[in-house]
Design a protein around this ligand. Structure first.
Ligand code: NDP
Ligand code: MG
Length: 406
């Protein structure tokens, strides 16, 4: 569906506009104001940022996910002509507003319902919210196909694979390799990892990202999610997908074809590349990211990930082998474990065992089986996994602050 506005301008909405990906998206939009009409911007707690951007970019509506923040949002938008709404239903209504291109950059499973709703309208959905694919890949892909909508990957690795596959037949792909920096704790001795604080795990060597995904990079839960994301988005069998440690974060992914050719995608570690690619697709246009000076880079290193350091990767293999509701349970248990780590109630190295125990329990209870999952089933598996994570974390002995000696 094309709903392009006056003067050929494209109608654009950004879900999660106040976050790291959202702000980079607005940066690109603001550089070409003549090209876009901004429809809806959404945020969560940061209503100040949301209001400033909604006014600056002349959005039709600004939506906060939190109903209790509506009075403040209204006050900040007063007299601006930008409408203010709040809550889960308002997010769905924002997704119903006609738009040519929608950025899905809410963090967590909360990004799934509005993204799914937007697909109903046959839009182009730029998908940063990888949780959507992990929780409900088949539902999302089927909804896009049913309504002639297009999903474009925004995760840097998946954008890289997507670009390497342009004009290629997916049947000729032998293997996809996605790279991982190894995160902020890559060079720590294993024995020190249980004492890592959220601040230490939340400092990334190469990428500037939101706190949650940065900690997920250190644990490689992010890469685990991305393996599943690759499986769901490109429809590749799990044994054709690998992660490799590449500390420089300059090669984002590689695709190996059946003639032995390996196509690598390189670029500066700046999410505006992948966002700009999705924004300009199917064209390529100028994007203001640094260009690589390969002579200055001089070398690119690669190493197999150590399974003892990154147990989350084996969990991804299990999730892909199990299918059904395993992705929804995995994502929710991972989000719950991360919340507990950030709150100081779980140590860094207790996150993966907790997620594994949630999967064990739900598998034993028969809660992961589903031949054709619906959104309600996904949401129920999500809720159950969070409950199980809270129960099991409570029974793992004394909760302690991360970083505290056991
Ligand atoms: P941030 O934490 O920086 O931003 C998250 C956004 O979601 C904010 O706008 C936030 O609002 C909003 N939000 C938070 N909770 C809710 C909720 N319950 N309901 C509705 N909105 C909510 O995250 P990132 O920008 O880093 O990541 C966004 C998505 O993109 C994630 O899925 C992530 O995995 C993915 N991604 C991010 C990359 C990166 O470089 N940052 C790279 C690749 C993928 P507020 O801040 O106002 O509370
Ligand atoms: Mg990524």
């Amino acid at each position: 569906m094309t709903v392009t506005g006056g003067g050929g301008r494209r109608r654009i909405s950004v879900f999660g506009a106040t976050g790291s990906i959202g702000q980079s998206t607005l940066d690109l939009i603001a550089r070409a104001p003549q090209a876009y009409d901004v429809v809806a911007l959404t945020g969560g707690a940061n209503v100040e940022r949301l209001a400033v951007d909604a006014i600056r970019l002349h959005a039709e509506v600004a939506v906060t996910a939190h109903e209790n923040r509506l009075p403040e949002l209204r006050a900040r938008l007063s007299g601006s002509g930008v409408a203010a709404t709040a809550g889960a239903t308002a997010l769905l209504e924002a997704a119903d507003r006609p738009a040519d291109w929608i950025m899905s950059a809410i963090v967590g499973a909360a990004g799934l319902p509005p993204g799914l709703r937007a697909l109903r309208h046959g839009t182009v959905l730029a998908l940063a919210n990888k949780e959507s694919l992990v929780c409900a890949g088949p539902i999302l892909m089927a909804e896009a196909a049913r309504h002639g909508a297009t999903i474009l990957p925004v995760d840097s690795e998946h954008s890289a694979v997507f670009q390497a596959l342009r004009g290629e037949d997916i049947a000729t792909v032998e293997k996809v390799v996605i790279t991982a920096s190894g995160g902020g704790l890559r060079d720590w001795p294993l024995a020190r990892l249980p004492h890592a604080t959220p601040a230490e795990a939340g400092a990334h060597p190469n990428w500037e990202m939101g706190q949650r995904i940065t900690i997920d990079s250190a644990s490689m839960f992010n890469k685990a999610m991305e393996l599943i994301e690759t499986h769901e988005f490109f429809g590749l069998a799990p044994e054709r997908i690998e992660a490799i440690v590449h500390p420089q974060s300059l090669v984002h992914a590689l695709v190996q074809f059946n003639d032995g050719a390996m196509m690598a995608h390189l670029g500066a570690p700046d999410m505006r590349h992948a966002i700009g690619h999705a924004l300009n697709w199917p064209d390529r246009r100028e994007v203001p990211v640094a260009r690589l000076d390969l002579a200055a880079v001089a070398r690119l290193d690669f190493a197999a990930p150590d399974p003892a350091r990154y147990p989350a990767l084996a969990l991804a293999e299990r999730v892909m082998a199990t299918g059904g509701l395993a992705g929804a349970a995995f994502n929710a248990a991972k989000e719950a474990a991360l919340d507990l780590f950030i709150a100081g109630a779980l140590s860094f190295t207790e996150m993966a065992p907790l997620v594994e125990r949630v999967l064990d329990r739900m598998e034993a209870e028969g809660c992961l089986e589903a031949r054709a999952a619906t959104l309600d089933m996904v949401m129920e598996a999500d809720r159950l996994a969070r409950d199980r994570a809270a129960e099991l974390a409570g029974s793992t002995g004394t909760p302690r602050r991360a970083g505290q000696m056991p």
